[in-house]
Design a protein around this ligand. Structure first.
Ligand code: MBD
Ligand code: FE
Length: 309
């Protein structure tokens, strides 16, 4: 027989006090959120008959997750980050903000302040023997007009599927660049073809995924922030066609309109023309379309605080 207390006046009053709702200090927003979280938590404990053992296991899990800085990875794997995209999409639709390249999740591996250059950049430090990749395209408005001076801030994994900064074996800002589009709205990057990402097998996110019977893999992909004065900030990714995880992404980032075709070229002259040694390289061409900036208040919803400025 399950005993329930959460609805009682004394328990409701107790958690009001816990949440600071009976004082006039602090933050009203924080009080409202904390109160709601606590009331939902105790209802969950009662409804699911959570045992004390399960409760303390969860507390220990949070400590271990935090110690490994895997909170951002877990919210991606549990689909919550993708859900935020669905919510923003629905809000945009209700506000009549349609068109442009779809958004998709940022993920937990962005680092601000990558080297900035005009028109083009070499992204890899030359130490990874991966397939050279020529990645290029245009930033356009929704009418197809080029956007000059847009900042294309892009980052991707190496051939082991790991990211600089988080992988201490890579050089600073390896595979991370900011490229300003030229007068025709074009950006050009020379890099290496990334591999898909896999959650650390000994980590706390994979621990949960195992208990859900799920894998922790992402298809090969390239992340982008695209921004320009007068346009909405775009957070998105190109997910590469042909990857076995393209539509089986543990973070649910692949969306229609965000699949990048990758063409492998075997031609030494063409390779040299693109600035590569050897006779084989890959080409990825991807154009982005930016929506015009709406009222500043709608823009706030996209904001995310950053630890790594
Ligand atoms: C990644 O590279 C990534 O893009 C996401 C969303 C989650 C984990 C690793
Ligand atoms: Fe990624």
């Amino acid at each position: 027989m399950s005993i329930k207390l959460s609805h009682t006046e004394s328990v409701q009053k107790f958690f009001k006090e816990v949440s600071g709702l009976d004082n006039d200090q602090g933050s009203p927003r924080m009080k409202a959120l904390v109160n709601r979280i606590l009331l939902d938590s105790i209802r969950l404990i009662e409804d699911m008959e959570v045992t004390t053992e399960e409760f303390w296991k969860a507390v220990d899990y949070l400590n271990r997750m935090g110690a490994r800085s895997e909170a951002g990875l877990l919210v991606a794997g549990l689909g919550l980050e993708h859900y935020l995209d669905l919510l923003l999409d629905a809000q945009d639709e209700a506000a009549g903000l349609l068109g442009g390249t779809p958004r998709t999740i940022e993920g937990p591996l962005y680092v601000a302040g990558a080297p900035l250059s005009e028109g083009e950049a070499r992204m890899d430090d030359g130490t990874d023997p991966g397939t050279p990749m020529y990645l290029h395209g245009q930033v356009l408005d929704v009418d197809g007009k080029p956007v000059a001076g847009a900042v294309v801030d892009l980052w991707h994994a190496n051939t082991k599927g790991t990211y600089s900064y988080f992988d201490s074996r890579q050089s600073e800002f390896n595979l991370r660049r900011r490229i300003v589009t030229d007068a025709d709205g074009r950006y050009r990057a020379r890099s290496i073809v990334p591999s898909g990402y896999g959650c650390p097998p000994d980590g706390t996110t994979q621990e949960v995924l195992n208990l859900l019977g799920r894998h922790g893999n992402r298809p090969a992909h390239i992340h982008f922030f695209i921004s320009a004065p007068g346009y909405r900030h775009l957070t998105t990714q190109i997910n590469l066609a042909g990857d076995e995880y393209l539509w089986d992404d543990f973070a649910y980032a692949t969306r229609d309109g965000l699949i990048g075709d990758i063409a492998f070229v075997e031609n030494e002259t063409a390779a040299r023309d693109h600035g590569f040694q050897g006779n084989r390289f890959a080409e990825v061409k991807f154009d982005f379309q930016l929506q015009s900036a709406p009222a500043p208040d709608a823009e706030q919803r996209n904001a995310r605080p950053r630890a790594l400025q």
